[in-house]
Design a protein around this ligand. Structure first.
Ligand SMILES: NC(=O)c1ccc[n+]([C@@H]2O[C@H](COP(=O)([O-])OP(=O)(O)OC[C@H]3O[C@@H](n4cnc5c(N)ncnc54)[C@H](O)[C@@H]3O)[C@@H](O)[C@H]2O)c1
Length: 371
């Protein structure tokens, strides 16, 4: 399968391009970026001859079967790829609003031969599949906990090889096309055009929570897709609190009655990646401790503890899976396009995640008038 990549930024260079190049049956056939300088450096490094600065030109390339959509504000990019008859493997989130995601789902429904997979690499991590297998059909746990504190990216930069970035973006009507993460080394500010679209979906009482919404979406969508994969979507959001725009806490009621505590934060001053998904049963407990998504072999640690013989003793174990979710998701995408696998990280799951983020934001107490 010949793949063209839209967006040669941070995540493309650190994770996707090296992964694609290792997979039999996938050819990194073309690259596209608005930045001609970045494009040249990345394409030279990966030895890709076909280069586009215009996405429309890449979509017109009949030799490409699929597009890897790795741009930041990409709902329209996904729609264009589907309308051009290309299979799509897109980075998360699927879109920034439920309306945009529903439009993508509608176009996908009109093109049932096309495959769309969302880049939730955790759903292709063997540690997660092991947990999902264990919890499905099991009794409701006492509680589930999602803890995800994203590190400042500059603290981990330099660990994953060269990242090329040339500041030669053309003026595209004033809309910024990059996340500001790589440019500043700090946690992303919300792109103003994206902020405007998100605010338009919130009532006036909650329009000031756009940055909180984006924190929950950009960071939490990974964890919510995992929750959904294991337990289905929560029945309701019981409580939500924000201690500043980059920190959200919530309590979700799951379909099976258990509660899930959520704690998400961007921009901590940690030099490590602090992300856990924990399940507490009657006599056993499982933690998935995720490694830094930007590092290929940081692995996922499974830590289990169980009481045996009526609390006579505790059995604990720890295992680290080093399989790369990014590489696995591209293998799965290849197989889905070949009709040999069903898409796991679907547009439906990704749309549910955006809906949940909105529900969490709507549960926040509206700021007092005049504040
Ligand atoms: N799966 C993960 O763990 C993970 C981690 C980080 C980022 N992401 C996702 O990856 C996506 C990209 O993030 P990033 O940090 O790499 O962003 P980035 O800003 O570093 O890269 C985006 C690139 O796309 C290019 N681009 C944007 N619009 C374009 C267009 N119309 N035509 C051609 N080129 C265009 C930009 O010039 C830029 O080089 C985001 O959706 C983000 O949510 C996922």
């Amino acid at each position: 399968m010949r793949v063209g990549i839209l967006g040669c930024g941070y995540i493309a260079q650190s994770r996707h391009l090296p992964a694609i190049r290792e997979i039999a049956g996938l050819e990194l056939a073309a690259l596209c970026d608005l930045s001609a300088g970045t494009l040249q450096l990345v394409a030279d490094y990966h030895n890709v001859a076909t280069r586009y600065t215009s996405y429309a030109d890449m979509l017109a390339d009949d030799t490409l079967d699929a597009i890897g959509v790795l741009s930041y504000d990409h709902a329209a990019d996904i729609l264009a790829a589907l309308r051009a008859g290309k299979h799509v493997m897109t980075e998360k989130p699927l879109a920034f609003t439920v309306g945009e995601a529903e439009e993508i789902k509608a176009v996908l429904a009109e093109n049932p031969d096309l495959v769309l997979q969302v880049g939730y690499q955790k759903l292709h991590d063997p540690a997660v599949l092991w947990l999902a297998d264990k919890v499905r059909g099991a009794r409701a746990p006492r509680a589930v906990e999602i803890h995800d504190y994203g590190a400042i990216l500059s603290r981990v930069r330099g660990d994953f090889g060269p990242i090329f970035r040339v500041d030669d973006l053309p003026d595209v009507g004033g809309a910024a096309v990059r996340t500001t993460v790589a440019a500043t080394g700090k946690a992303a500010q919300v792109n103003p055009e994206v902020a405007r679209r998100v605010a338009a979906t919130l009532p006036a009482t909650h329009a000031s929570f756009v940055e909180t919404y984006m924190t929950a979406l950009m960071l939490g969508s990974h964890d919510f897709s995992l929750l959904n994969f294991c337990y289905g979507m929560p029945r309701q959001v019981l409580f939500a609190h924000t201690a500043g725009p980059k920190h959200v806490q919530a309590v979700l009621e799951l379909e099976n009655g258990a509660l899930c505590n959520v704690d998400l934060q961007l921009g901590t001053n940690y030099g490590w990646w602090d992300e856990r998904f924990s399940v507490y049963g009657d006599d056993d407990q499982v933690d998935l401790r995720f490694g830094n998504p930007f590092l290929a072999f940081s692995g996922t640690e499974i830590v289990t503890r169980s009481t045996v013989n009526d609390n006579d003793r505790t059995v604990a174990s720890s295992y680290r899976s080093f399989e790369d979710g990014f590489k696995n998701e591209w293998i799965h995408f290849r197989d889905a396009v070949a009709g040999e696998a069903a898409v796991r990280s679907t547009a439906d799951i990704a749309t549910d995640d955006i809906r949940l983020v909105r529900d969490i934001v709507m549960r926040l107490a509206a700021p007092a008038a005049g504040s």
